[in-house]
Ligand binder design. Structure first.
Ligand code: FES
Length: 158
C-alpha cells in the first residue's frame, strides 16, 4: 500500500511516518498532551481507556481544543471547544448539534451530526510508547484550514 503516493514523492512518505509523542503512562496520567507532528499541531486525549488524536485548533474558529472539557452527548464522548462550545466527537471528529422539529416544538431535541469537521489522526501504542500518524484521508476537512498555512502556528494563542 502506498497511501500518500510516497513511491513518487519521498517528502509525502516522510509526512505520514509515525512520530513518537510520549510515554503511555505519562499520557494516561495527564489525560491529554499536545504535540507537533510533522509541523502539524495535534492534541492527544486519553479517555475511558482509549487514545484519540485530532487537530488542536477547532474547525469553527481555531479555538484551543486542548483546553476544552470532555463530555458525553447522545452516548458519544466529545471535546467541547472552550470558545463557543461546539461539540466534536473524539472518535470520528464529527460536529454534533441539537435539532428540534419546527413542526413539533414540543418534541425532544435530537442530536445530529454535521459530518466530519475535525481531522482525526491515528494513535499507536507500542511497548509503552505512543506514536501519532497524521491522517492521509483524501477529503477536505474544515480543521485543515487552521492546521496549515499561516494559521498553523498555535504558540501565540496559549
Ligand atoms: Fe471552537 Fe468556536 S472556535 S466553537
Amino acid at each position: 500500500m502506498d497511501p500518500g503516493g510516497s513511491e513518487q514523492d519521498p517528502e509525502m512518505k516522510e509526512q505520514y511516518a509515525s512520530v513518537y509523542v510520549g510515554r503511555e503512562e505519562d499520557i494516561k496520567r495527564s489525560e491529554r498532551i499536545t504535540a507537533v507532528v510533522h509541523d502539524r499541531e495535534v492534541v492527544i486525549f486519553y479517555h475511558k481507556g482509549e487514545f484519540h488524536a485530532m487537530d488542536i485548533r477547532c474547525y469553527h474558529s481555531g479555538g484551543p481544543l486542548h483546553l476544552g472539557e470532555i463530555e458525553e452527548f447522545d452516548g458519544r464522548a466529545c471535546i467541547v471547544c472552550p470558545w463557543h462550545k461546539y461539540k466534536i466527537t473524539l472518535e470520528t471528529g464529527e460536529g454534533l448539534y441539537q435539532s428540534i422539529d419546527p413542526k413539533d416544538p414540543s418534541a425532544k431535541p435530537m442530536w445530529c451530526s454535521k459530518g466530519i469537521k475535525q481531522r482525526i489522526h491515528t494513535v499507536t501504542v507500542d511497548n509503552g510508547n505512543i506514536y501519532v500518524t497524521l491522517s492521509n484521508e483524501p477529503f477536505k476537512c474544515d480543521s485543515d484550514y487552521y492546521a496549515t498555512g499561516i494559521f498553523k502556528n498555535f504558540a501565540h494563542m496559549r
